[in-house]
Structures are given as C-alpha cells and as structure tokens.
Design a protein around this ligand. Structure first.
Ligand code: BTN
Length: 371
C-alpha cells in the first residue's frame, strides 16, 4: 500500500515577516532539549476533579474526607495531590485537619475545566478518554501523531501547560513557556483527499481568528498565509498541520496550534517578531475560556468544511478577507533560488500566487518573507 507520511510544512510554504526568514517563536535545532527530557506524563485526572470540587464549593472549606470520598482515595493522598496542585501554581489554602479552599480560580487547561465548554463538539464526546492534558511534554504534535497512528479516535486532543520541544514549521522550535500560552494538537480523520489538507489548515487559522474575536472583539488578528496570525505586525499564533495519508485518502491529520496568550516577555531573539494577546490588549486572558472557544471554533469550521457544499471556496474567500498580506503585498519567496513579487491572492487549491517580473508564480514550498 502506498503510504505517505507528510508534514504539511514540507508542502506548505511559510511566510515570515523578518529579514532573516525566521518566523516568530522559532529557535534553531541546536537549542532543543535532549530526548531524555521528553517523556510525557499525562496529568493525573484526580487533580482536575479536586479543582472542580473546590470550585463548586468555592465559598466553603471542603474537608479532606469529603474530597477523599468523592475521588475514591485516602486523606493522605488528597494532601499529596493538593501539594502537587500547589507546585503547579494553584492557590489552595488549608491542610488535612482543616480542610481545603481555593483562593482563586486556576487557569489550568485541565479536562474538568474544559469539559463544560466542549459539549456537542467532536472534542466533547468523551472528554476523560480523548482530552489528554500534560503539565510538561516534548511536543503535543508528536504525541498526537503517535497516538493517531496507534488508533486514537477523531476528536482526540493533546494539550500541554508547557512544551520542552514544541515544533514549528521547518527546522524550528515553538517557544512554549509554562502556563502562558495554549499548546494544543487535535486529531482529525476527514474523509478527504490529501490535497484538501491545505484548505483544512487555512480553516484552522480562521478558527483561531474567530475564537480570539469572540473573547475580545477589539482584538482583530491578521491572517498571514498559510498559517500565522499577527497582531500589530507581530506573530502571536502559529499552526503546524501534519498528515498521514495514502495516495488518495487522508488517514489522519493533526492540527497543532500554538497561541501566545499571557506572555509578558519573550527571549531577546523573538522580541522583534513575537507578541501575545496580553501584550496587545493590556489585559490578562483566561486560557480556559480561549481554549474552549478555540476548540469549539475548530469543530465548527471542520464540520462546515466536511458538510457544506461550497465550503472550500468560502474558506479561501474568508481567509483572504482577513489577511492584509494575501493580496498586494511585496514579498520575497525563498524557493527555486528565490524570487520577488507582489502577492495576488490564493489559487483554487489554496496556494499563494505572486506576480513577478516574469509572470504569475505559485508558491509551493519555501519561505515567503514580507518586504
Ligand atoms: C509555526 O508557526 O511554526 C507553527 C507553530 C506550531 C506550534 C504548535 S504548539 C502546539 C503544537 N505542538 C507543537 O509541537 N507544535 C504545535
């Protein structure tokens, strides 16, 4: 059987907005952590259940015995789990003798925090089985691709508080500071030919756009083909879409989305090109709220693409409407020795077209730098 194992980064070129051709949040391979740092530990589901229990009883102190009974463990184990939550930044007052109380609502992307917002979506059918949360992982995309190959169902989602080897397009790393951003990879199994993966990837950009706008309508991202989202000319979101396909049919696609949410600073090399929602809006964002809006929005765009006639064309049109650079922008394309020209919209397959002195060219791979 013909089996393709593709990263769309190899077939989808990327646009960057700095002279070096780097896109924001990217670091070289040399900076990457070693493999032994990367063993992923799925979060103990009982942590989320304790947080939810304390949230449901926010005005009272909840006894260790009650918590122990609710989650089916001992009081000493509850103490150990409470300590673990504290090390993760959750503010819990109390101890086994007095009981426990939350001092503030934690903004952790735990399954129990997301579940109410995911009802009715492909991500919400069986959250405790399909929503995988990690405090620290190498890359949610790597984990999602491996799980998908091992049979993870459509709608499985892999979310981390921190990535130690977050992957960007090309040979770059995605800077993934603990609990500051959203690092999330979704497994999809669309009955589509591999050629539609680019449009699905563009639809993911639209999904991020509408999720952000829904939370704060004053923040209007600019889509940069194929998969970046910018604010004030700096990147706050990148999408890495990877695919496992046969010649005529997709087996699975992993859409990996990295959003800079509450970062207040970036490593020096990223400062000229990266930003966060917090830096732009001046306020802290709820990652739980944004992550739920994002997954709902991905679900909406995905179903639309699969079910609605004319969806392909609508995605291309809406993408171009929300992109200030898809048309009329001078670019340099690092492909076939490099060429310069002015962007002239997307072709019917979703590839960027560039008008050069020699005629209209289609960008198939390589980096596109905004001039
Ligand atoms: C890019 O712009 O280069 C794409 C960045 C994609 C980053 C996200 S973070 C979640 C998922 N896991 C990864 O390792 N990468 C993607």
């Amino acid at each position: 059987m013909d089996l393709f194992f593709l990263s769309l980064s190899r077939i989808i070129p990327c646009i960057t907005n700095d002279a070096t051709g780097r896109s924001s949040n990217k670091r070289s391979r040399a900076d990457r952590p070693r493999l032994h740092d990367l063993a992923p530990q799925r979060t103990d589901l009982r942590l989320g259940r304790i947080v939810r229990l304390l949230m449901e009883n926010a005005t009272v102190v909840v006894s260790g015995t009650k918590i122990a009974d609710e989650i089916g463990t001992s009081r000493s184990e509850v103490w150990r789990l409470a300590q673990q939550l504290r090390t993760l930044g959750v503010e819990i007052a109390g101890h086994p003798a007095t009981g426990y109380q939350l001092k503030s609502v934690p903004d952790l992307l735990l399954p129990d925090m997301l579940a109410p917002g995911l009802k009715g979506t492909i991500f919400g059918a069986d959250v405790h089985r399909t929503y995988h949360h990690y405090y620290k992982i190498g890359s949610t995309n790597v984990e999602a691709m491996e799980s998908a190959s091992a049979g993870a169902p459509e709608g499985s989602v892999f979310v981390a508080e921190e990535q130690t080897a977050g992957r960007g397009r090309g040979a770059h790393q995605w800077e993934s500071a603990p609990s500051a951003g959203i690092y999330c990879s979704a497994v999809l199994r669309p009955a589509l030919p591999p050629s539609e993966a680019l449009v699905l990837s563009l639809a993911a950009g639209l999904a991020v756009h509408s999720a952000v706008e829904q939370i704060d309508s004053r923040v209007l991202p600019d889509l940069k083909w194929p998969n970046d989202l910018l604010l004030n000319g700096k990147k706050f979101c990148g999408i890495l879409t990877e695919m496992n396909a046969e010649a005529t049919r997709v087996r699975h696609i992993v859409v990996g989305i990295g959003i800079n949410v509450n970062q207040t600073t970036f490593p020096a090399e990223l400062q000229p090109i990266a930003t966060s929602l917090r830096l732009v809006s001046g306020t802290e964002w709820s990652r739980v709220e944004l992550c739920a809006a994002l997954l709902k929005s991905v679900d909406r765009e995905y179903r639309y693409m699969l079910e609605q006639p004319g969806a392909h064309e609508s995605i291309l049109r809406r993408f171009q409407e929300r992109s200030s650079t898809a048309r009329g922008r001078r670019v340099r394309v690092e492909e076939n020795g490099g060429f310069e020209g002015v962007t002239e919209g997307l072709d019917p397959r979703g590839f960027l077209q560039v008008r050069t002195a020699e005629g209209l060219r289609t960008v198939l791979s390589g980096t596109v730098i905004l001039k």
